[in-house]
Design a protein around this ligand. Structure first.
Ligand code: KG4
Ligand code: ZN
Length: 339
């Protein structure tokens, strides 16, 4: 079965064709990052305009690369939740129009569940039950994935997402957007000391996350309140200072993600941990998860880099396993900004 995936939940316009849920025939992503860079974050109005400008070309290219036309597409999977509402509505309306005009069944897919599924595009035989850690710019969640129809949410961030924290901290440190890859790259080649920052674990046994505290701690370290007396008072931070703050921030974040992921595996007696979302590209997170998980006999599964950040292959892949909706339901199907 060939599924066409369409994804426009944030700042990537994407279309892909995936066969039988696993084999990626094409995966086209048009990133808008250059247009959002100068604002240090995604501007919804710009995102919507760019989706409208590019969605037709992105779809054409995805079909062409997969050597398909609409007659060989068995199903359309589209992200309808969560995300920027205007951006979601563009992809959803586009997908509905094609589905209706061509009589192709439509499947609405959750963007976050698709990130939780994404490692299956790389690890062809990966199946549930497994624990999935989703770490993206907009979400941080732990799921128990059973059969790709039900995703049990075990924990989520109560404030900032981990990618969001990376991007905001990078901005405070004078780096460009998106800051996650920049912090990763700079810290990787830095062998010096790290500033010690707190770890937020919340209540005992909680699988929820909170990253607003570490973000504020970094902000105060760099721009201390007036009554502080230390090197922090100096206006210009040395490169060494910036790197030690960035390293300390990353160590704090990674420790929390690793500890909670392992706790989720142990609580559900699960020996498989899949990681998804843009921050799954982070080298320190990968290193530490591998180290700690292998000590406990837990196997880790990562998507290829192309399937970590937003893409439509993960939407098409998961859409293969989920039930399509009828024409009547399709007419009233809406987009939802939250999970
Ligand atoms: O999954 P994604 O493409 O978009 C959302 O669904 O939000 O994730 C984007 C996020 C950004 O915040 C970016 O800074 C972060 O992923 N990111 C990274 C790395 N690569 C991307 N964060 C840390 N280390 C990286 N190597
Ligand atoms: Zn995403």
């Amino acid at each position: 079965m060939k599924v066409l995936g369409i994804e426009t939940s944030c700042d990537e316009t994407a279309a892909a064709v995936v066969s039988d849920g696993r084999e990626v025939l094409s995966n086209v992503v048009n990133s808008q990052v250059e247009f959002h860079k100068k604002f240090s974050g995604v501007v919804p109005e710009i995102a919507c305009r760019k989706h409208i400008e590019t969605i037709t070309c992105v779809l054409d290219e995805a079909l062409k690369k997969a050597h398909c036309d609409f007659s060989s597409i068995d199903r359309i999977a589209v992200t309808n939740r969560p995300g920027l509402i205007g951006a979601l509505l563009i992809g959803l309306s586009f997908a509905k129009s094609i589905a209706y005009a061509r009589g192709i069944p439509l499947v609405p897919v959750s963007h976050i569940e698709a990130h939780a599924y994404s490692a299956c595009l790389t690890h062809m035989s990966l199946s549930g039950p497994y624990i999935s850690l989703v770490v993206s710019g907009g979400h941080t969640s732990l799921y128990l994935v059973k059969d790709f129809k039900s995703f049990d949410l075990l924990g989520k961030t109560i404030d900032d997402a981990v990618g969001e924290a990376y991007d905001k901290v990078a901005k405070v440190l004078g780096m460009s957007y998106p800051g996650g890859p920049e912090i990763d790259r700079l810290v990787r080649s830095y062998k010096g000391k790290a500033v010690s920052f707190p770890r937020t674990y919340l209540e005992k046994d909680s699988l929820d996350f909170s990253f607003s505290g570490i973000k504020t701690a970094v902000l105060y370290k760099v721009h201390p309140p007036a009554n502080k007396t230390s090197w922090e008072k100096e206006k210009v931070l040395s490169e060494q200072d910036i790197l030690s703050v960035a390293k300390g921030f990353q160590e704090s974040i990674v420790d929390v993600l690793v500890r909670k992921s392992i706790a989720a595996c142990q609580r559900h007696d699960c020996r498989k941990l899949a990681i998804g979302g843009g921050v799954a590209r982070n080298s320190r997170l990968r290193e530490k998860l591998l180290e700690e998980c292998s000590k406990r006999n837990i196997e880790t599964f990562y998507p290829d880099r192309a399937y970590c950040t937003d893409n439509a292959a993960m939407i098409a892949g998961l859409g293969y396993y989920q039930p399509p909706i009828g024409t009547e339901a399709m007419m009233t199907l809406d987009a939802t900004p939250t999970i």
